[in-house]
Design a protein around this ligand. Structure first.
Ligand SMILES: O=C[C@H](O)COP(=O)(O)O
Length: 252
């Protein structure tokens, strides 16, 4: 049985005061133990402080990206070792906003995945198609290509220490979530692709859905057999909303 996982991707939102209020609200609403893995991914500049606020709680810290290089003259970047050093457990790689706005291609995403794992971070690898690709019937092909780019360079077994997130680009921040059936179809495809290489790893792999998940639609999406939780953007910025999403994952 896979544990559900809810990760909040704060993107470029927050301030020291807002973060403190959000974390206080989350911790007040969470009992000591819940049968759900929970993480928040603040902007890098706040990682250390949010990590202190989370200390000894069940909520883990994640970053939103990492540099593929380990050290050197890479202005504006943060290495996986630095993220580990400030207390991160997870790092998102291949988010569609990075792929699109910052032109990160499959090969770079794969290098970031390796860099993260080399430092003991758990990468949350995002895959997903654009609206145009979906309308052309290319969804599975795109997701397979994005996944293959990583699997081809990672060591066998690398997905034992990784999380996958299916994020249809057309559903991100648009209020238009994939239907539970659309999500399930892609999640099942992802698991089958992984199973073709290692069935045991596929059976244990957490595959999250991301794209306009809210308290109101979380339960039906998480009820799908291959959906193991969510990567939550906008709805992770309000403690009560995020807590309801965590509760929906728990009920599953
Ligand atoms: O990383 C999170 C996803 O991009 C989803 O964002 P959203 O929940 O605001 O649609």
């Amino acid at each position: 049985m896979r544990r559900p996982f809810i990760a909040g991707n704060w993107k470029m939102h927050g301030s020291r005061a807002q973060n403190a209020e959000l974390i206080e609200g989350l911790l007040l609403g969470l009992p000591g133990q819940v049968p759900v893995d929970i993480a928040v991914c603040p902007p890098n500049v706040y990682l250390w402080e949010v990590g202190r606020l989370l200390k000894d709680s069940i909520v883990k810290l994640g970053a939103q990206s990492c540099c593929a290089e380990s050290i050197g003259a890479f202005t504006g970047e943060a290495s996986a070792a630095m993220l580990k050093d400030v207390g991160c457990t997870y790092v998102i790689v291949g988010h569609s906003e990075r792929r699109t706005i910052y032109r990160e291609d499959d090969a770079l995403v794969a290098r970031k995945f390796l860099a993260a794992q080399a430092q003991g971070l758990i990468p949350i690898l995002c895959v997903g198609e654009t609206l145009e690709e979906r309308e052309k019937g290319q969804t599975m092909q795109v997701v397979s290509r994005q996944l293959k780019a990583v699997l081809d360079v990672a060591a066998p077994g690398a997905l034992q220490q990784a999380v996958l997130a299916y994020e249809p680009v057309w559903a991100i921040g648009t209020g238009k979530n994939a239907t539970p059936e659309q999500a399930q179809a892609v999640h099942a495809h992802i698991r089958a692709e992984v199973a073709a290489r290692d069935a045991n790893i596929a059976a244990r792999l957490q595959v999250l859905y991301g794209g306009s998940v809210k308290a109101g639609n979380a339960k039906e999406i998480f009820a799908m057999p291959d959906v193991d939780g969510g990567l939550i953007g906008g709805a992770s910025l309000k403690a009560d909303e995020f807590l309801k999403i965590c509760a929906a994952a728990q009920a599953h």
